[in-house]
Design a protein around this ligand. Structure first.
Ligand code: C6P
Length: 420
């Protein structure tokens, strides 16, 4: 039975949070794996999708499929409206000032590449500095290294302590007249650390430096308000927030986006083309060359609809309880070391077990139908900081339960037994 809806201060009817009820929305969770019920704890890699998002995308292909912004016919108009409605929903969700500050991209990776290749290439010169941190995903390292190799910019790395927290006082000292950008992760995909990004933006702005936030692991677990954060760019992926793969968002402040040159070029990003001269289209189209992932945009709209109808404070509390519960249970296992013990954490636990390779942990847990991720998690420099080649990582979503954590713990004891 569905729990009774609540009405929040904005008058929007909210469905109260009930984990069993939420699980019913995700058809994939009913699956058996190796004759055991699937326990999906790899949500930082990608989350599962609710039926309503799947249905919205099927409905789009069944009833609306057409190209957008081009046709005068009925279907093209319908498809354009659905795609653009997705943009407006995202704008409201992250409280951007304008819908045209929402650029649809393939995901966080493309969003950061866009900023590096457009803003960075246009504005940086030899000797300019970009600040990133020791806990960045490769997606927020390599695009800046490409610019370093091409233009001679310098990368400055914010160090971390042994809990996996940034040294903010060291970050503050890194700014000088050559600093041109700070690009930092909001929530680490390995450590789960929630970085104090608001404070970091304030510091950067004191030096007139814009900030890009990699929100790939934050958007689904925290309330993100880009105006409150005052960040200049915010990047995230649809597929980690219960939405489709192949679509994500770059939020950018209007003034910065207006001044930036296009990242890719072709159809839809132009107003007019002659062999002599091309006039670029207005925002956001200037950054969306070619036929975009239309069904992805529609799916993102359905994703926001889905998230918005659930009491998000209750989701946050549930996720926090699961994280605390799992942390306490894991700490009780002899020979197991947590990688990432920051005070402020969200939904990700990495660990290593003495003398057992993380891949073996993952493989044995899979026999029990438990999906975790093992490896370097696309954060090899961070692995080096903790002097480990890889970790095992359990990452949680709103549909995970304490019973699933118990199964994980039982599975880990079985792993230890196999190797003892
Ligand atoms: N992290 C993980 O298992 P894409 O692939 O573009 O959607 O997201 C890239 C990315 C960028 N930043 C952070 C902090 C991330 O966690 C990710 C994706 C996945 O941890 C896949 S490696």
């Amino acid at each position: 039975m569905k729990p009774a809806p609540d009405i929040d201060q904005t008058g929007i009817i909210k469905r109260s949070f009930d984990v069993d009820n939420i699980r019913e929305d995700f058809p994939i969770l009913r699956q058996m794996v190796n004759e055991k019920p699937l326990i999906y704890l790899d949500n930082a890699a990608t989350s599962q999708k609710p039926q309503s998002v799947i249905d919205a995308m099927t409905r789009y292909y069944t009833e609306e499929n057409s190209n957008i912004h081009r046709g005068v016919h009925f279907l093209s108009d319908k498809a354009t409206q659905s795609y653009e409605a997705g943009r407006i929903k995202i704008q409201k969700h992250i409280n951007a000032a304008h819908a045209h500050e929402i650029i649809f991209v393939r995901g966080t990776t493309e969003a950061i590449n866009l900023v590096a290749q457009s803003y960075g290439r246009f504005n940086f010169k030899e000797g300019d500095e970009v600040i990133i941190s020791a806990m960045e995903h490769h997606s927020n390292i390599v695009p800046w290294q490409i610019l370093r190799d091409e233009k001679g910019i310098v990368l400055r790395i914010i160090p971390i302590n042994d809990k996996g927290e940034l040294f903010i006082y060291k970050y503050e000292k890194m700014f000088n007249s050559r600093t041109k950008m700070a690009a930092v992760v909001h929530v680490s995909n390995v450590l789960g650390t929630i970085n104090p990004v608001k404070r970091m933006v304030d510091i950067a702005h004191q030096f007139g430096v814009p900030v890009l936030i990699d929100g790939a692991q934050a958007i689904q677990h925290l309330k993100v308000d880009v105006q409150e954060l005052d960040c200049d760019f915010y990047a995230f992926s649809g597929h980690k927030m219960y939405g489709p793969t192949g679509v994500g968002v770059l939020f950018g402040k209007e003034t910065l986006l207006e001044a930036m040159p296009p990242y890719q070029s072709g159809g839809d990003m132009i107003k007019s083309v002659s062999f002599e001269k091309t006039i670029y289209n207005d925002l956001p189209h200037k950054f969306e060359a070619g036929t975009p992932n239309i069904v992805g945009g529609v799916g993102m709209g359905a994703t926001i609809d889905y998230i918005s109808q659930i009491d998000f404070d209750a989701v946050l509390k549930h996720e926090h309880d699961i994280l605390e519960y799992a942390t306490q249970k894991l700490l009780g296992i002899r020979g197991l070391r947590l990688i990432g013990t920051a005070k402020e954490k969200s939904s990700v636990i990495s660990f290593v077990i003495e003398n057992i390779h993380p891949h073996d942990i993952g493989t044995i847990l899979d026999d029990d139908g438990i999906a975790i991720r093992t490896g370097h998690h696309c954060a090899q420099p961070l692995m080096k900081c903790f002097e480990v080649p890889a970790t095992a990582r359990a990452s949680f979503a709103m549909y995970n339960t304490k019973e699933e954590v118990d199964a994980l713990i039982k599975g880990i004891y079985r792993v230890i037994e196999v190797f003892s």
